[in-house]
Design a protein around this ligand. Structure first.
Ligand SMILES: C[S@@+](CC[C@H](N)C(=O)[O-])C[C@H]1O[C@@H](n2cnc3c(N)ncnc32)[C@H](O)[C@@H]1O
Length: 255
């Protein structure tokens, strides 16, 4: 679909590969049917759809293309086109605010949480699900290569994007909650484990991940390490006995 961001393919493949686990995370949230829930930066509506089975959900996003993709997926959800920085909702309008995998896309996590807090009622809950770039994927690759890749990735992000701390926000979500004036009440890391042979979506997700990593780190890596990465890129997705772990961090906090 035109107008969708470059990362859409990887994000929707991630939803497909780990739907069972992601659904389990939503099912365990402290929701009730009469609660008003806001899904901030709802994207293609994947979470809004699952949330709407448990509460009354509004999804908000700045992308018309994403909202066009979301609407048919989640008919029970009200979708609103607006930027987080100018949410068209009164203060304290929601009992629960959900935000998944979006702090990377927003300029500053602390400011973003401030906008979410404004629309949350006192005593209401904010839940953020995020990755951490350095710890997103565990693979059985050589540790020395992994360290070189992570360092090259950090250098690339510094050069491409300037401020990099938001790409590593997963590890410090409770701290950012506290700085935003929210009381962190729960922090959990969810490992999504897979053993070869990978399913189609899992294999495709790993291939897309390694492709993106290659494109990002190539200018910052020595030729030997780049060659090793490219060999793994060809082998890993179909390697026998491959173990793959995708990590997601969830933080809940109250206003
Ligand atoms: C990585 S996607 C995550 C989407 C969804 N939460 C998910 O996990 O599938 C980031 C989302 O943030 C949205 N976004 C980026 N900047 C935004 C802003 N200033 N206000 C609202 N949404 C924004 C994008 O359009 C996109 O849908």
């Amino acid at each position: 679909m035109s107008g969708l961001p470059e990362y859409d393919d990887q994000l929707s493949t991630f939803h497909e590969a780990f739907e069972r686990e992601l659904r389990g995370i939503i099912d365990a949230l402290p929701l009730k049917p009469d609660m008003r829930v806001l899904d901030v930066a709802c994207g293609d509506g994947f979470y809004a759809k699952h949330l709407s089975e448990r509460a009354q959900v509004t999804g908000v996003d700045v992308s018309p293309a994403y909202l066009a993709k979301a609407r048919p997926q989640a008919p029970g959800v009200e979708f609103v086109l607006a930027p987080l920085e100018d949410l068209p909702f009164a203060e304290a309008s929601f009992d629960f605010v959900w935000c998944a995998q979006s702090l990377y896309s927003l300029p500053d996590p602390l400011i973003a949480l401030g906008h979410m807090k404004r629309v949350l009622r006192p005593g209401g809950v904010l839940a953020v699900l995020e990755n951490d770039t350095a710890h997103q994927v565990l693979l059985p690759w050589p540790a020395s290569l992994e360290l070189q890749l992570r360092e090259a990735e950090l250098r690339a992000l510094q050069q491409e994007r300037g401020l990099t701390s938001r790409y590593y926000v997963g590890r410090r979500l409770p701290q950012v909650f506290a700085e935003a004036g929210l009381t962190p009440t729960r922090f959990a890391t969810f490992p999504f484990d897979r053993l070869a042979p990978l399913g189609e979506a899992e294999r495709r997700l790993l291939a897309l991940y390694l492709e993106e990593l290659d494109a990002r780190v190539a200018p910052h890596l020595d030729p030997g390490a780049l060659e090793a990465l490219r060999a793994l890129k060809a082998q890993l997705p179909t390697a026998p006995h491959l173990s793959l772990t995708w990590l997601n961090m969830l933080t809940l906090g109250t206003r």
